[in-house]
Design a protein. Structure first.
Length: 69
């Protein structure tokens, strides 16, 4: 339980994650809805693990994910 609590504290909401990544929040939401950027849908909010989301976006930028736009 402690590990789960620790991990949960590091999740960022959509706008903060988008700002950290330097991308529009609309784009990040679309990518999460499409399953291209891992995120957690909690009610009407998206939450992201910063390391996981950043790795997914880097992978997309380098073309490793099929060249997503």
């Amino acid at each position: 339980m402690s590990e789960m609590h620790e991990r949960g504290r590091g999740l960022l909401p959509l706008r903060r994650m988008a700002a950290r990544l330097g991308v529009p929040s609309k784009w990040l939401r679309e990518q999460a809805q499409a399953g291209l950027v891992p995120g957690l849908k909690a009610g009407d909010r998206w939450l992201f693990d910063p390391e996981v989301a950043a790795a997914a976006v880097r992978s997309m930028a380098s073309g490793e994910n099929g060249g997503a736009e």
